[in-house]
Write a protein that binds this ligand. Structure first.
Ligand code: SF4
Length: 492
């Protein structure tokens, strides 16, 4: 863990009594994002509370832990803990985070255990006698190499990133970023602060989002999604460009480039990960999802009575499908919004209830009807199978699945926890085999071209690796994964 630099985290821990969280406790078969980040420089404002609200808006990006680091210009104070944002922070905790600048982070772990130590912001002392605090969204693919260079065990990529930066600080943190970032391989949208400045930088591919906003009072913010800028009253200004580091301090905002931009924005952010009110590259996620639904209706029309979404990510696409097909649209499934990461750790018997813990059919809506069911993706296939069974048990006459992403055939190494290749139902089976497995009357995935056209991006500026296997950032050892055994359906 240590790179020869001792921890000096001034932390107010609330002593959470939450049990260690497990990855399979709630969403049984959904991709999961890794993190959300936020940073604000706004002297005279309550930066900790602004950051708290921003993390609230980013909660969907990570629900295992949350943290805020703030500085009054002399010292950095970090408060982080396991749990949702509103469980980690109280008025008293926020009041201890006094200062002119702050960064915040909410986490879902894909590298490193889900634990307090791995919660972010990560804090490190620097050789100049100061400190830095760092929050990261993404995933590095050369963590093992970097750990070897540092002489530490391979673990959390964000922790290693913070250690590398801290060791490299001599003139300034900005100089350390410009020197260190080119050594990092993978996806990283990062906010990092010292006692007086916030820096935000993004990998040359810009896989994960990171946007800059301006507060009406003159302060500056950076956030994973525009919804976090909206909630604090900031006006979105522009993206942090791939390969760019921006610095925010008493001089305002300045920019440097540490690498040329080779954009490969995550296509799956458009499908599932980002909030519908997020705006990216001049487009709206909500409207993109409506266009996905319309495209599906054109690609795969079906005689049906009703279009229903799998909440929540399927909602806007289902509305688009219904509008294009001229079919009624209704909520045929109700989501239990209180089932989340803090749900009691399910016993094995509860786990067998699977999706029933989370979704319930509305019998009055589905009984006797031929349904078009719109969902964002199929990962292992077990959730879709249970969903179809549940709708049939509630009396559905037919169930036609329409999916707003192409089959997921390859794992993501850039910060989304989907499944290993051996678990992915789309890796080995034909669409007809998947249809038979999930028990639907028909199944259609949107075409890749149709999906790309629904976004404002051009295909060459997108990462499509989980669908195509075309990884924009080489992944060491990926070729070995391709030699995996055929999928065993009995294990899904
Ligand atoms: S592999 Fe898929 S989920 Fe991962 S960054 Fe690329 S498009 Fe996004």
């Amino acid at each position: 863990m240590s790179a020869g630099t001792a921890w000096k985290v001034r932390t107010v821990s609330l002593g959470s009594d939450l049990a260690p969280l497990e990855h399979d406790g709630d969403d049984v078969d959904s991709p999961r994002d890794e993190c959300g980040v936020f940073g604000v420089y706004a002297p005279g404002e309550d930066v900790a509370t602004l950051t708290y609200f921003a993390l609230y808006a980013l909660q969907h990006r990570g629900q295992e832990s949350a943290g805020i680091a703030a500085s009054d210009g002399r010292r950095i104070v970090v408060h982080k803990d396991m749990g949702l944002v509103n469980q980690v922070f109280t008025d008293t905790g926020l009041a201890a985070l006094d200062g002119d600048l702050a960064i915040g982070h909410c986490r879902y772990s894909t590298t490193g255990a889900s634990s307090w130590v791995n919660a972010q912001p990560q804090y490190r002392e620097t050789p100049t006698g100061g400190g830095l605090a760092l929050g990261h969204n993404g995933n590095l693919v050369n963590t093992a190499d970097l750990a070897r260079e540092l002489g530490v065990p391979t673990g959390n990529d964000s922790e290693i990133m913070a250690a590398l930066l801290a060791l490299d600080v001599d003139v300034s943190l900005e100089e350390a970023i410009v020197r260190t970032a080119p050594r990092l391989r993978g996806a990283y949208s990062v906010v990092v602060m010292d006692e007086g400045r916030i820096h935000a930088f993004r990998d040359p591919n810009g896989v994960r989002p990171l946007q800059i906003g301006r507060l009406p009072t003159g302060g500056w913010c950076v956030a994973s999604e525009s919804a976090a800028l909206d909630i604090v009253g900031a006006v979105p200004v522009r993206d942090v460009e791939p390969g760019e580091v921006v610095t925010i301090d008493h001089n305002g905002l300045s920019s440097r480039r540490f690498a040329p931009a080779t954009p490969s924005f995550c296509l799956f952010e458009w499908v599932y990960l980002a909030r519908p009110d997020h705006r990216q590259d001049g487009g709206s996620v909500l409207y993109a999802r409506r266009r996905m639904g319309r495209q599906l209706a054109r690609e795969a029309p079906v005689d049906a009575d009703l279009v229903i979404p799998v909440p929540e990510a399927g909602r806007d696409a289902a509305a688009g499908y219904a509008a294009e097909a001229g079919l009624p649209f209704a909520d045929g499934l109700v989501k239990n919004r209180y089932v989340g990461r803090t749900f009691i750790q399910p016993t094995q018997s509860l786990r067998r209830m699977g999706i029933r813990l989370k979704l319930s059919p509305v019998r009055e809506m589905v009984e006797g009807r031929r349904l078009v069911v719109v969902d964002d993706s199929i990962v292992r296939g077990n959730t879709s199978r249970q969903l179809v069974e549940m709708l049939r048990s509630a009396g559905a006459a037919e169930v036609h699945l329409r999916i707003t992403s192409p089959p997921i055939a390859n794992p993501c190494y850039y910060g989304i926890d989907m499944a290993s290749r051996a678990e992915l139902v789309g890796a080995d089976l034909t669409i007809e085999e998947i249809r038979a497995f999930v028990g639907a009357d028909s199944l259609h995935y949107i075409s890749l071209d149709g999906l790309v056209d629904a976004t404002p991006n051009q295909r060459e500026r997108l990462c499509t690796a989980c669908f195509t296997g075309d990884y924009p950032i080489p992944v060491p050892g990926e070729h070995a994964q391709l030699a995996q055994l055929p999928l065993d359906l009995s294990a899904t």
